[in-house]
Write a protein of this length. Structure first.
Length: 375
C-alpha cells in the first residue's frame, strides 16, 4: 500500500506521526488534518505487518488501530514516530461502529479479527439483543482497549473527539504545541480544508464522516441498555474520564425511532444513488446493445471486404500466372529471333564471300516461290 500525498514533495516535512486509537474515534479526520498541517503523505493500514518500514517516507501521518505492545512501541520509536491517541465516549464509539458496519466490510480487518467481527450487528438496532451482546462482549472490549491502553502510554499525545467537535481550532492548536514541530499552514486553514462536508466529497465515503455530533448515545440507548454497556466497560470509561448519565425518560420505541430518523435521510440518499446507478446501468446496457449491433455490422462488412479481397487476390494471382506464361513465350520468341538473326548474319557473310553462289541460290528460291504460287 502506497502513502497518499497531501502536499507536493517540495513542501513536505520530515514529520512522522502515528495515530493509534480505537476505531470510530475521529482517526480519519485527524489523519487528513495533520497531513495538511505538516505537508506530509498519509497512510492507513490495519496492522504493522502490512508495512515495509524501511521504505516509509520521511514525512508521514500513519493511522492504525493497534494496541501498544512492546514490539510495536519499539518499532514506532525506532522509526521516529510521535504517537497520538484519540478518546471518545465509549458508548458513542460503539454506536458509530454499529452505523459504520452497515456500510463497510473492512471492520473484519480491525485487529485482524481478534475476538470476532461485526457481522452479527449488520443492520441491527441499538437496543437489539444482537447489538447489546456485541457491545458488552469481548470484541467491543478489545477495540475499546486500544485507546484505553495508549491513553496511559508515556509520551503519547492525547486528543479528545469531543474537544475536536466543540472547538477544532483550539484542540488542534494544543496538539500542534504538544508535538512541537513546525507546520506548513495555520491550524485554521487546515481545519477549514478538512470539514466533514469537504472530506465526504473528497473521499466519497460518507460513512467515514457520519454526523460529527456529541452524546448521540443518549438519544439511542435507554437507561437500562446504556448502563449495561457502561458496566461492561467500566474500567475504560473511568480511565478515559467518561461517565454514564443516560436519559431516564427515553424508551426503547423512542430510541428505535430516533435511530430510524438518523438513518432515514442517509438511506434515502443511498436509494437515490442506487436508482441513479440503475438508470446509468440501463443506459449503458442500451449503449452496449447498440455497440454490439454496430460491431456485428462491422464484422459482416469486414467479412465481405475480406471475401472480395480474397477474390481479388485470386484474380491477381491468375493475372500474374498469365503474365508469367507470356513472359516465357516472349523469351522463347526472342530466342528464335536471335537464332534466326544469327543464321541471317551467317548467310549475309556467305553471300558476300560467294556472290555467284548467292545469286544462284536466290534464283532457285525465286523459282521455287513462283512454282509454289502457280500451284
Amino acid at each position: 500500500m502506497q502513502p497518499q500525498s497531501c502536499e507536493s514533495p517540495a513542501t513536505a516535512t520530515a514529520a512522522r506521526i502515528a495515530i493509534v486509537s480505537t476505531p470510530r474515534t475521529g482517526n480519519t479526520w485527524v489523519r487528513h488534518l495533520l497531513a495538511k498541517l505538516y505537508g506530509t503523505s498519509y497512510l492507513a493500514v490495519h496492522s504493522p505487518g502490512e508495512l515495509d518500514w524501511a521504505t516509509l517516507p520521511q514525512g508521514l501521518v500513519l493511522q492504525m488501530h493497534w494496541p501498544p505492545t512492546p514490539a510495536f512501541v519499539a518499532l514506532l520509536e525506532r522509526h521516529g514516530f510521535r504517537t497520538i491517541t484519540l478518546a471518545r465516549h465509549p458508548l458513542d464509539t460503539l454506536i458509530s461502529i454499529l452505523h459504520f458496519a452497515m456500510h463497510d466490510a473492512s471492520t473484519a480487518c480491525w485487529l485482524q479479527g481478534d475476538q470476532g467481527n461485526e457481522d452479527g450487528i449488520f443492520g441491527a438496532m441499538p437496543c437489539s439483543s444482537a447489538f447489546l451482546d456485541y457491545a458488552t462482549g469481548p470484541r467491543a472490549a478489545v477495540l475499546l482497549a486500544i485507546s484505553h491502553d495508549w491513553w496511559s502510554q508515556p509520551g503519547c499525545r492525547r486528543l479528545r473527539y469531543e474537544a475536536m467537535i466543540q472547538d477544532p481550532c483550539r484542540a488542534f492548536a494544543e496538539l500542534v504545541q504538544a508535538l512541537g514541530m513546525p507546520t506548513q499552514c495555520s491550524v485554521a486553514d487546515a481545519v477549514a480544508a478538512n470539514t466533514f462536508s469537504k472530506l465526504r466529497e473528497q473521499t466519497q465515503a460518507d460513512h467515514h464522516f457520519w454526523r460529527g455530533q456529541l452524546e448521540q448515545w443518549k438519544m439511542l440507548l435507554p437507561a437500562n441498555e446504556a448502563q449495561r454497556m457502561a458496566r461492561a466497560h467500566e474500567g475504560c470509561l473511568a480511565a478515559l474520564g467518561y461517565g454514564c448519565d443516560p436519559n431516564p425518560m427515553l424508551t426503547v420505541p423512542q430510541a428505535d425511532a430516533n435511530w430510524i430518523r438518523l438513518n432515514r435521510e442517509e438511506l434515502a440518499e443511498r436509494m437515490r444513488r442506487l436508482k441513479a446507478a440503475e438508470l446509468s446501468v440501463h443506459s449503458l446496457r442500451g449503449e452496449l446493445a447498440d455497440t454490439r449491433i454496430g460491431l456485428e455490422a462491422e464484422k459482416r462488412l469486414r467479412l465481405e471486404v475480406t471475401t472480395e479481397l480474397a477474390a481479388e487476390r485470386r484474380r491477381l494471382l491468375d493475372a500474374l500466372a498469365a503474365l508469367d506464361i507470356e513472359r516465357r513465350e516472349l523469351q522463347e520468341t526472342r530466342a528464335v529471333l536471335e537464332s534466326a538473326r544469327a543464321r541471317l548474319q551467317t548467310l549475309r557473310r556467305l553471300s558476300a564471300r560467294f556472290p555467284r553462289l548467292s545469286a544462284a541460290v536466290k534464283k532457285i528460291i525465286r523459282y521455287d516461290d513462283a512454282n509454289h504460287q502457280s500451284s
